[in-house]
Design a protein around this ligand. Structure first.
Ligand code: HEC
Length: 158
């Protein structure tokens, strides 16, 4: 009797682990033809994610322009703008569909911009900014090499 109980509990724990993996860590994904993992999103979720990406690119451009002019205020402001993310502002459905690694890399990218902005405000030397930005951009390159965004079945637009 005790053994049966333990077996049932073990089976439940394994099933729960599977559900957590599917919905939390694995995300909603499938392999794509170009070798990357495609994350399957609704049109709105993809638009939201891409607009966040364009925010990253804008920040990188502003930093690259302001840095040679020694305009550290603009550098700090541009980094600060992409240095925060409120998970409560993101739809729960999107968080569920993103693989754990993508969420981690995304949050880490925001965090590194936040740190950069703080350090620049505290007087980080101008010549140290570009190496830091290059370091942050390994996150961009790494994530883009591994993932793309596709529409989930039934999401409409091609
Ligand atoms: C955690 C993953 C991740 C990180 C980190 C990341 N991106 Fe992206 N980004 C993506 C994905 C996925 C796409 C969609 C690519 C596709 O579908 O081919 C994308 C798309 C983009 C696009 C296209 C936007 C559009 O409107 O089509 C730009 C620009 C971009 N990223 C810039 C950046 C920059 C700059 C950084 C770093 C500062 C960055 N991204 C970091 C995942 C990431």
């Amino acid at each position: 009797m005790k053994k049966t109980c333990l077996a049932i509990i073990a089976a439940l724990v394994i099933a729960l682990g599977g559900v957590i993996y599917m919905f939390g860590l694995r995300g909603q994904v499938r392999e794509s033809d170009d070798g990357r993992t495609a994350i399957l999103l609704s049109a709105g979720e993809r638009d939201l994610m891409l607009s966040e990406m364009r925010g990253f690119l804008e920040a990188v451009q502003e930093i690259a322009e302001a840095l040679p002019q020694g305009d550290m205020k603009t550098v700090a402001e541009a980094a600060a703008r992409v240095g925060r993310v409120d998970l409560n502002d993101l739809p729960a459905s999107l968080l569920r569909k993103l693989p754990g690694e993508v969420k981690k890399l995304g949050l880490n990218t925001h965090y590194k911009f936040h740190q950069l902005s703080k350090d620049v405000k505290n007087g980080l030397a101008k010549e140290k900014v570009l190496p830091r930005l290059a370091g942050i951009m390994t996150n961009c390159v790494g994530c883009h090499a591994g993932y793309r965004l596709d529409l989930e079945p039934g999401a409409g637009k091609p």
